[in-house]
Design a protein around this ligand. Structure first.
Ligand code: ATP
Length: 361
């Protein structure tokens, strides 16, 4: 008997709905081809547009479906002109991370699964690293809790806990080992600002304790400013990079820029019980409705979902379906890269989706 997984789908705002439709079509093609896995989707309302209409960003019913689902797929959420009274944006995607304790934000960066080569150096074709961004605390712990004192002073507080840091580093070392199973020695790079902040020195202390338990893995420690420079100067030397929430937020956009932009940046927010898979980009209101949203990031996030489900439930065909999608994306992008002019932001969502489905077979 085949495996059936219930997927809570939150298309969200802007191009979120467009890339979600594309991804579900690809997921169906891949699972059909690999066999033995069926995904049942339950689409739920959430996002900034819903908040504008109803005053609620994520209704209880959507929370209920998300809680009961085997995994959650999210398109994109937030609109620049829809905000809470304090000026911050509506972000149910952050609420999901906090509520389900999705501490590990996994963001792969791969030239093979990217667009044009941005750096003028042939070694950039070998860019292949993964950024693991802590996703429930750090500076984002202050989300919704910042203070303004008498219109004179504003404060947001960075929070680093031992428990979450230990979970994050365990996840990161295991992930690094799995990623390099048949290749050379894995390397984990810690990114912090331990020379300035007590919270970051503590983060490094907990990392050092974890590193001692994983002596088969090389480690390095880099300050966040130096890391930003090295992401541009020698990105091909990174393997797995782990960092605090806010640093990860910034560095993952920089990393996406190295391989062609946000349309090529998949992500997964993973906890011990639940996970949310979504492209790292936002709702991109500037291109909504044009049919030019690049679905690659969302499609690759869908492949990450199949990979997570397959491992968690021991369904090898689900893992096969993930590999089919990754290979199909690589094949389509390799063909497109041969025509450099074609790579300058000329993405038709439907065309790319059909090509990936065609390559799946
Ligand atoms: P957020 O803060 O929610 O992450 P953002 O303000 O960083 O969002 P995005 O919505 O990610 O912004 O868009 C940044 C730029 O990248 C915009 O010009 C947008 O059009 C472009 N962009 C984002 N995603 C895609 C995509 N899938 N395809 C093409 N262009 C995209």
């Amino acid at each position: 008997m085949g495996a059936t997984f219930r997927i809570c789908v939150l298309p969200g705002d802007g191009i979120g709905t467009e890339v979600t439709t594309a991804t579900l079509a690809v997921l169906d093609a891949a699972t059909r081809h690999a066999g033995n896995t069926k995904l049942v989707y339950e689409s739920c309302a959430a996002g900034a547009a819903l908040y504008r209409e109803t005053g609620v960003a994520m209704p209880e019913e959507s929370w209920r479906v998300a809680e009961a689902a085997d995994a959650i797929f999210l398109g994109a959420m937030g609109l620049p002109d829809v905000r809470y009274d304090d000026g911050t944006e509506i972000t149910p995607q952050l609420d999901l991370r906090f509520r389900f304790d999705l501490y590990a934000g996994v963001r792969p960066v791969s030239a093979k699964r990217g667009g044009m080569r941005v750096l003028n150096d042939s070694r950039a074709d070998n860019i292949d690293f993964v950024l693991v961004r802590e996703s429930t605390e750090g500076l984002f712990a202050s989300c919704g809790k910042g203070e303004i004192l008498d219109d004179r002073e504003a404060r947001d507080t960075m929070v680093i806990t031992r428990q979450t840091s230990e979970q994050l580093f365990e996840f990161t070392f295991d992930y690094a080992r799995r990623r390099k199973a048949s290749r050379e020695r894995p390397k984990v790079t810690l990114v912090d600002k331990a020379n300035i902040f007590t919270s970051m020195a503590f983060f490094r202390k907990v990392f050092d304790e974890a590193a001692e338990k994983h002596s088969d893995i090389d480690v390095e420690r880099v300050y966040v400013d130096a890391c930003a420079l090295d992401f541009v100067r020698r990105p091909w030397e990174f393997d797995v990079v782990v960092t605090e929430n806010m640093f990860g937020d910034i560095l993952s956009d920089l990393a996406a820029g190295l391989v062609g932009g946000m349309g090529f940046a998949p992500s997964a927010d993973i906890g011990d019980q639940q996970a949310v898979f979504q492209p790292a980009h936002g709702s991109a209101p500037d291109i909504v409705g044009l049919g030019t949203a690049n679905p690659t990031a969302a499609i690759l996030s869908g492949a990450m979902m199949l990979d997570w489900l397959g491992r968690r439930h021991g369904v090898s065909q689900c893992l096969d379906a993930a590999r089919l999608i990754e290979q199909a994306v690589e094949q389509v992008l390799a063909k497109r890269r041969m025509n450099a002019a074609d790579m300058i932001d000329t993405w038709r969502t439907s065309e790319m989706t059909e090509m990936v489905i065609g390559a799946i077979g």
